[in-house]
Design a protein around this ligand. Structure first.
Ligand code: PEP
Ligand code: MN
Length: 338
């Protein structure tokens, strides 16, 4: 349930009402914008009589929220969330490109790629140190060593680091080294991991599970938000398909649909969505047109010999060209490349 206050409502009266609602056991979510002040009530609202609330002179209206996600709900937060990553903004008109290799493979590889994507105006560096591979015999990532190399690349370039964490123990041990905690498609419904990420106060990027509905994705975000961590970014990375030409099916309509449902920034990963390097550029342009707040793109200096996802990785020169084109599309969308 949402209670919207009148513009001239005295603050002390609002506080009194909030206190009485807290005493009834509700968690209060506040949202203050230029033109609104509202509170969202999380809890069993069936015990409340909305007409009693409406009767208060300070209350403008009372709105019921049917959706199971509350804190992730746009009704609770009418304005777009701008996530701050080490001073770098993402969302609400700020468009960010997260670029880098699928996996960290060596010092030269990650430093070289980091420098080149930075020169092409990427805002954040990606790179997997812990890799969720379908086969236990495939390269599993460099682990801690890989994280250290990412930190070194950050020191050299200033680009904040986005990297996947697969377990609670990794989260506890390494969260200090990482700027954006990525929770991958395979872990989107690892609720214990989401709860732990909710205890942090740094941004969490949740990738849509390959068979997850949008409501399930939003409920995963709700787990993080419910813990008090308000910095969640969502990522559309393609869903399962019977079609054999692409690895997944990029569900681009998810972007404008999610925009109506949530205030959280939505980015698109055309690399994992298509699995084909030549489709990365057209799908990146389409993502901008669909209203995405950012892109996640795999870039590799030597895709043919990459230890993971070489087929979908673009070379730094191709990335540079893509970034040039993307900026023209961003102008049309009135977004700032950041
Ligand atoms: C990745 O970004 O490295 C990754 C494994 O992506 P996803 O979880 O979307 O498969
Ligand atoms: Mn990959």
């Amino acid at each position: 349930m949402i209670v919207v206050f009148k513009k001239d409502a005295p603050l002390n009266e609002i506080e009194l009402l909030k206190d009485s609602l807290k005493q009834k056991g509700f968690h209060i979510h506040e949202s203050q914008g230029e033109n609104h002040y509202l509170i969202g009530l999380v809890g069993d609202t069936s015990i409340l009589d909305p007409s009693v609330l409406r009767a208060q002179t300070i209350v403008d209206k009372v709105v019921f929220v049917q959706e199971p996600y509350k804190k992730a709900n746009r009704r609770f937060n009418p304005e777009d969330l701008v996530v701050d990553v080490c001073g770098h903004k993402l969302g609400g008109g700020y468009f960010s490109v997260i670029a880098g290799p699928c996996s960290v493979e060596s010092r030269d590889q990650v430093l070289g790629i980091a420098k080149s994507v930075q020169a092409s105006k990427a805002g954040l560096l990606r790179g997997g140190a812990f890799k969720p591979r379908t086969s236990p015999y495939s390269f599993q990532g460099m682990g801690e060593e890989g994280l250290k190399l990412l930190v070194e690349a950050k020191k050299e370039t200033g680009l904040p680091i986005v990297t996947e964490i697969m377990s609670i123990s990794q989260l506890e041990k390494y969260h200090d080294m990482i700027d954006v905690i990525q929770i991958g498609a395979r872990n989107m419904q690892n609720f214990d991991l989401l709860k732990e990420a909710g205890q942090l106060r740094k941004p969490v990027l949740i990738k849509r599970g390959m068979s997850a509905t949008l409501e399930e994705l939003l409920m995963s975000a709700e787990y993080v938000l419910a813990g008090g961590n308000e910095n969640v970014i969502l990522c559309e990375r393609g869903i399962r398909t019977f079609q054999k030409d692409t690895r997944n099916l990029l569900d681009l309509s998810a972007v404008p649909i999610l925009k109506t449902k949530t205030h959280l920034p939505i980015i698109v990963d055309p690399s994992h969505a298509t699995g084909v390097w030549s489709l990365v550029e057209p799908m990146s342009k389409a993502a901008v047109a669909a209203g995405a707040d950012g892109l996640m793109i795999e870039v590799h200096n030597d895709p043919v010999n990459a230890l993971c996802d070489g087929d979908q990785s673009i070379k730094p020169e191709k990335f540079d060209c893509l970034m040039e084109k993307i900026q023209k599309y961003l102008e049309i969308e009135n977004k700032i490349l950041n």
